[in-house]
Design a protein around this ligand. Structure first.
Ligand code: UDX
Length: 463
């Protein structure tokens, strides 16, 4: 199929490159000349595993092209997929960009072509879509076209795999009187071995939202459970493992730690709370999900204080990981940034390292007073405490015994529960995690021990 993908941000570029690999003829459209220039040279403006290879392959086979000519690309496509941004950057929606794109695309499209919206849209705007598209077609005397929603469920860091091997494909019918739009989307996805679920447009939009809200709820549940585990001396990882054999529960998205960040989960929880209130719906569960998630970040600061005898003032903190999760360079709503600000506010000097160079560059501007260094050993040297915030493999595989030798005090908060506490305690660390208690060093090493009172309060009082 000849496909135009409009908007070459995260969602659009992944969509275009994956469709080109499936041998569709893809034209990626974007107004940003610099972005187009880089893409034509095969340079992807953000980190996503396998995406640069797919873009390069698409360019070399001629299946993937880039242009700023929106009308031209729309006119020659069997399908136009709109993937422009709809966040206002302030926790709310903006629909100006998508409205503007539709105004240009729709009159140019050929009769028989299908318009597909992949951007996440507010339900109110979806209700207006059929009339908006019909009036633009009528204004140029063109026949009506099918309009479909096709929400995305891709995760950063696994986006190519999630696109090409999805758990399900959701199609929402905005307007498709003769089924042509649905048939076109089925053809588009013929290489994907996944169930295709067809539903109304608002149902599709809320399916997407509901999936993210449920994932966020699972994480906050795991984090609250972790506090209960800390208070009673249980191990949350063992408890979740025991729960996960129940097919009604499953084990995914129940990892306790510093909580969820990124561009989707936090934003969609807060946006839903706000939008639901506007239509008179109270959302106490989502409010709690949000609260539990944000409390986690201040709890890390409080825990660092408790482990350092009541204050972080004047202490050197090594912060390991800045991105909101591994395998991305995305810093949007990254827990590390809030934790760093909280520690700096309390007088700590925070030295951070992340394996992703672009994340290192940007985070120094985002957090005033944050020192960013080019290696984990630079961060750890002379630190009074290390806090692992993002579970990059490099931190999991670190020689912690050697790292401990370089620290001023061997104190570690494992914010993702990925290290083995017993090994760290054997290396002289006071090891604190979320929902797995706090372990004190096996052998007392110089300056390695937190005060017994602080440790006791963490073990039995939560924290
Ligand atoms: C999410 C959804 O997973 C995806 O389906 C949707 O299309 C976009 O939003 P993403 O934002 O890329 O994807 O990240 P995700 O893998 O969901 O992780 C979000 C956050 O939750 C990360 O900060 C991660 O560290 C955290 N998380 C995840 C946990 O704290 N515990 C878990 O068990 C899982």
């Amino acid at each position: 199929m000849r496909v135009a993908v409009v908007g070459l941000g995260y969602v659009g570029l992944v969509t275009g490159a994956c469709l080109a690999e499936w041998e569709h003829e893809v034209t990626g459209v974007d107004a940003d000349a610099r972005r187009l220039g880089s893409l034509r040279e095969g340079r992807v403006p953000f980190h996503e595993p396998r995406l640069p290879e797919l873009v390069a392959d698409g360019i070399s086979t001629g299946k993937l092209q880039f242009t700023d000519d929106l009308r031209g690309a729309s006119a020659s496509a069997d399908m136009v997929i709109v993937a422009v941004g709809t966040h206002d950057g302030n926790g709310g929606w903006q629909t100006d960009t998508v409205r503007g794109a539709i105004a240009d695309i729709v009159p140019a499209m050929g009769d028989g072509a299908t318009l597909v919206i992949r951007s996440t849209l507010p339900p109110d705007f979806i209700r207006q879509l059929p009339a908006l598209v019909a009036s633009r077609r009528a204004a140029v005397g063109a026949a009506s076209i099918p309009v479909m929603l096709n929400p995305e469920f891709t995760r950063e860091g696994r986006a190519v795999r999630d696109y090409q091997q999805p758990d399900r494909i959701v199609l929402g019918i905005v307007s498709d009187p003769d089924g042509h739009g649905e048939a076109a989307l089925r053809e588009l996805y013929h290489s994907a071995a996944a169930p295709i679920v067809v539903m109304g447009a608002i149902d599709a939009a809320i399916t997407k939202l509901g999936a993210n809200l449920f994932l966020a709820t699972k994480i906050s549940f795991a984090n609250e459970l972790a506090e209960i585990c800390d208070a009673f001396g249980a191990d949350v990882a063992t408890v979740v493992d025991g729960m996960s054999y129940d097919s009604r529960i499953g084990g995914g998205f129940l990892k306790a730690g510093v909580g969820f960040g990124g561009s989707c989960l936090p934003n969609q929880v807060s946006m839903t709370i706000r939008t639901a209130a506007q239509v008179g719906v109270d959302t106490p569960l989502l409010t709690a999900v949000d609260e539990v998630n944000h409390r986690r970040r201040s709890q890390v600061v409080e825990r660092a204080k408790a482990l350092l005898d009541g204050t972080v003032r004047g202490r050197r903190v090594a912060l390991l990981g800045l991105t909101f999760k591994p395998d991305t360079d995305d810093l949007r709503d990254a827990p590390a940034l809030t934790i760093a600000s909280g520690l700096i506010e309390q007088g700590a000097s925070v030295v951070a390292y992340d394996p992703m160079p672009t994340a290192r560059e940007r985070s120094a501007d985002l957090v005033p007073g944050l020192e960013v260094v080019p290696s984990s050993s630079d961060a750890i040297r002379g630190a009074d405490i290390a806090i692992l915030v993002t579970e990059w493999p490099e931190f999991v595989e670190l020689d912690w015994a050697a790292a401990g030798q370089a620290m001023n005090r061997r104190v570690l908060i494992d914010g993702r529960n990925v290290l083995t506490g017993e090994q760290l305690a054997a290396a002289g660390f006071t090891y604190s995690s979320f929902g797995r208690g706090t372990l004190v060093p096996d052998a007392v090493a110089d300056g390695a021990v937190a005060s017994p009172a602080a440790v006791a309060s963490l073990q039995w009082g939560g924290g």
